[in-house]
Design a protein around this ligand. Structure first.
Ligand SMILES: Cc1cc2nc3c(=O)[nH]c(=O)nc-3n(C[C@H](O)[C@H](O)[C@H](O)COP(=O)(O)OP(=O)(O)OC[C@H]3O[C@@H](n4cnc5c(N)ncnc54)[C@H](O)[C@@H]3O)c2cc1C
Length: 302
């Protein structure tokens, strides 16, 4: 019987692991298919406090894991396949094996949606990115023309020009934001259009995108140094569907802070955050979930 199982080894899961390990709860921490989480897919992280020169994403996550392991966290390669949270103790199926636990911390993150066009995957981190807040300030994008699919205003601080590609002929944002976006001198909307290819895989960096007008089928090329894709996220929460309260997009909706509708089940990070989705906010929620799990166990065993 486990005291705490943590699902996910991103910033949320590993911070929860550090706190529960220091509380002597010897947490079992599952990596899922992406050990270290989303930050391992990026190069320099410039906005995680404590690293004035920035730190490589993989390096940061390796350090977080080591720190949690130092206090007794047990990180295990494995995927949670099913969870029966209605039983006491909670029954989990991890790669075919049943594990019982008194508490569960869900820290499974959210995956970004892809355009699914040629060149997109091969040029990821070489000019194709999915997070304006994370990557917009990087030197490779400063004073460069960019192509943006959906959100654009934030990037006007860095780019020389922004081509805003939209599948329809109006923005979905609130009226005030839409007006502000369209009035900005750096932003040029490209209506009724979709990106069909990211160029140039041969040069191993983004040099432009091919765009198709969905009404006329006319194709054109836009030169740019970066493609920012912001077409939404999919929370990795399907395992808990029907058992844990979620919104229509699949984000877990906490009852209070990091508590879920099921006693003993807590949530942290991007799988419950459709607003901020940053490493530091995920880590903060991981800390809170760990403290709540510890308090829950204390009350249970009194
Ligand atoms: C390219 C890129 C660059 C970024 N740069 C920055 C940046 O510079 N600064 C910043 O603050 N933020 C940045 N972010 C955002 C940041 O990565 C996320 O906000 C953060 O990783 C969220 O942490 P998390 O722990 O909630 O989820 P994740 O990091 O997504 O981790 C989720 C974990 O859950 C595991 N998992 C999922 N399903 C299961 C399952 N069924 N069983 C077991 N395990 C499972 C996964 O394998 C993974 O280990 C960036 C994101 C991207 C994509």
């Amino acid at each position: 019987m486990e005291k705490v199982v943590i699902v996910g080894t991103g910033c949320a899961g590993l911070t929860a692991a550090l706190y529960t390990a220091r509380a002597n709860l010897k947490p079992l921490v599952l990596t899922g298919r992406q050990p270290g989480g989303l930050l391992t897919t990026t190069s320099t992280v410039e906005n995680f406090p404590g690293f004035p020169e920035g730190i490589d994403g993989f390096e940061l996550m390796t350090r977080m894991q080591k720190q949690a392991e130092r206090f007794g966290a047990r990180v295990q390669f494995g995927c949670l396949e099913a969870a029966n949270v209605k039983e006491t103790p909670i029954h989990l199926t991890i790669d075919g094996e049943v594990v019982k636990t008194e508490t569960l911390i869900i820290a499974t993150g959210a995956s970004h949606k892809h355009l699914g066009v040629p060149g997109e995957h091969l040029l990821e981190n070489k000019g194709v990115t999915y997070c304006a807040t994370c990557d917009g300030a990087l030197p490779m994008f400063r004073n460069q023309p960019l192509v943006v699919v959906e959100e654009a205003l934030y990037l006007t601080r860095f780019a020389s020009k922004i081509h805003l590609i939209h599948r329809r002929d109006a923005l979905r944002a609130s009226r005030i934001m839409a007006e502000r976006t369209l009035a900005h001198p750096k932003i040029e909307p490209v209506w009724d259009s979709a990106v069909t290819e990211v160029l140039d895989v041969k040069q191993d960096k983004v040099t432009g995108v091919r765009v198709k007008n969905l009404k006329t089928n006319a194709e054109s090329t836009i030169d740019c140094a970066g493609l920012f894709v912001a077409i939404g996220h999919v929370p990795n929460t399907h395992v808990f569907k029907g058992a844990i309260h979620m919104d229509e997009a699949g984000y877990i909706v906490p009852e209070k802070g990091v508590k879920t509708n099921v006693p003993g089940v807590f949530v942290a990070g991007d799988c419950a955050d459709r607003v901020y989705r940053q490493a530091i906010t995920a880590a903060g929620m991981g800390c809170a979930a760990a403290i709540e799990a510890e308090r829950y166990l204390e009350a249970l065993n009194q």
